[in-house]
Design a protein around this ligand. Structure first.
Ligand code: TGC
Ligand code: FAD
Length: 399
């Protein structure tokens, strides 16, 4: 059968999904695709219509929490305790779809799931698991994770926040900085130095001496709550200390979970930017032709697709390693570094290709770009992950 003549200027390449050139979706199981689709629907119906206003108003859309919970997205990898028990690839896809909406929504789920529910599940007593995990899965109890301190977050081994034993209780003093969810949290997982080493403390909202003021005037992650945490002789009963871990390994294990999710999440932000850009350059007419019909523009779009595709394949293999139980922290560092850098570069370039319109909230690129400035910094800066890989390659610690 003769081929239908193509309109002038159109290529004859078979249609590929521009946001998934290597058909990563085709490598997913049916369950993984169902999870991705259900989160995508939530993002389209509930996140995208309100996120611009929330970002402008510097407001976390807390009204979304019951819907995130109803879909099983809080503590989705945990088995039991009313959690969904999904695999690691599903968790990655959840993060990817949420971050297609906004990094702030993915941050909320990362912190609740990987940084708060995970340590209670992995290191908590049975009583702590029963007390907190089902309520956190239902979104009735919000958590935050306090590791970073005002004097320097990259080196948490040097923390000043400390706890001392007084009778059967602990007394906690110190300060944490840049804490996601802090001001809206019912429970803070706080890492503090003790005579035995670093331990995890579960500090409930309203504990005398505990304050969590919100940090205002952020230009990034405006649809997310970020706070300081202050502890002034806060009494924590022994029953609220995580019994299962002592040392930096405790918080770093949580970071491995969250960094894994971020490595997937940022792909969603990059896809949102590329998708918007393809539509814009197809319709914007300059010099008598669509912007998309310029070599320089096509090279830039192709570069984005190349980097998104590489990040997708890397994330999928990372997920398969995690599900096989062979994931190492260095795998996660490489992915967090590569994928955050990819997404930030894509968002910045999309912002530029929108011209003046690129600084308007009407387009998503600048919102994603500003958010990604946080995402490349938190959970270990780009330099920290580069040095982690350097240490892995050379066996020499250069921190
Ligand atoms: P090091 O000697 O390497 O390790 C100490 C112990 O921890 C173990 N370990 C890990 N375990 C699990 N996962 C990892 N990624 C681990 N890395 C190390 C290690 O085996 C050892 O165990 P053991 O049994 O021998 O004691 O420790 P170090 O002091 O050399 O670490 C250096 C460095 C720089 C890698 C570490 O301090 C680091 O990662 N710094 C960055 C801090 C960071 O990422 N902070 C993030 C705060 S939370 C946040 O940003 C949340 S944002 C959330 C959101 O809104 O989405
Ligand atoms: P610093 O550690 O002071 O680093 C400053 C600069 O020095 C960076 O560029 C860094 O890469 C560089 N640097 C550090 N060490 C070296 C070295 N050895 N060699 C070369 N360069 C180096 N933390 C939490 O505990 N919980 C949270 O929920 C949380 N949420 C956050 C939300 C937001 C929006 C932000 C922005 C941060 C959040 N953080 C949270 C804190 C985050 O993890 C830290 O900002 C991050 O780890 C970096 O720490 P820092 O800001 O103190 O920078």
């Amino acid at each position: 059968m003769a081929a239908t003549p193509l309109p002038a200027g159109k290529s004859s390449a078979a249609a590929l999904d521009p946001l998934d050139l290597y058909d990563v979706r085709g490598m997913l199981t049916e369950e993984e695709r169902l999870v991705q689709d259900s989160v995508a629907r939530l993002v389209d119906a509930e996140v995208l219509p309100r996120i611009r206003e929330a970002f402008e108003q510097h407001r976390f859309p807390k009204e979304l929490v019951p819907q995130l919970a109803a879909l099983g997205l809080l503590g989705s990898s945990i088995q039991g305790y009313d959690c969904a028990g999904l695999n690691a690839v599903c968790y990655g896809l959840i993060c990817q779809e949420l971050e297609r909406g906004d990094s702030g929504i993915r941050s909320f789920v990362s912190v609740q799931s990987s940084l708060c529910m995970y340590p209670i599940y992995a290191f908590g007593s049975e009583e702590q698991k029963r007390r907190y995990l089902p309520a956190m899965a239902r979104g009735e109890l919000i958590g935050c994770f306090g590791l970073t301190e005002p004097h320097g977050g990259s080196d948490p081994a040097n923390m000043k926040t400390h706890a001392k034993k007084r009778g059967g209780d602990w007394v906690l003093n110190g300060a944490k900085m840049w804490i996601t969810n802090g001001a809206i949290a019912d429970l803070a997982v706080v890492w503090a130095m003790t005579p035995e080493g670093i331990r995890g403390f579960l500090v409930e909202k309203g504990s005398p001496g505990f304050a969590a003021p919100e940090i205002q005037h952020k230009f990034s992650l405006r649809a997310s709550v970020t706070s300081a945490l202050y502890f002034d002789n806060v009494t924590v009963p022994e029953a609220r200390v995580l019994p299962g871990v002592v040392g930096l390994k405790g918080p770093l294990s949580c970071l491995t979970q969250a960094r894994y999710g971020i490595s997937w999440g940022v792909i969603g932000a990059a896809q949102a930017c590329l998708s918007e850009q393809l539509a814009y350059t197809a319709t914007r007419q300059l010099f008598g032709r669509p912007l998309a019909q310029n070599q320089m523009i096509q090279v830039r779009l192709a570069e984005m697709a190349r980097r998104i595709t590489s990040a997708q394949l890397l994330a999928l293999q990372l997920g398969r390693l995690k599900d096989a139980g062979t994931l190492q922290p260095a795998h996660v560092s490489l992915a967090k570094w590569n994928n955050c850098r990819m997404a930030l570069d894509v968002a910045r370039d999309c912002r530029d290709m929108l011209g003046g319109a690129g600084i308007s909230a009407e387009f998503a690129a600048i919102r994603h770009m500003l958010n990604l400035e946080s995402v490349i910094t938190y959970e270990g800066t780009e330099t920290i992950h580069q040095l982690t890989i350097g240490r892995q390659l050379t066996g020499l610690n250069a921190f």
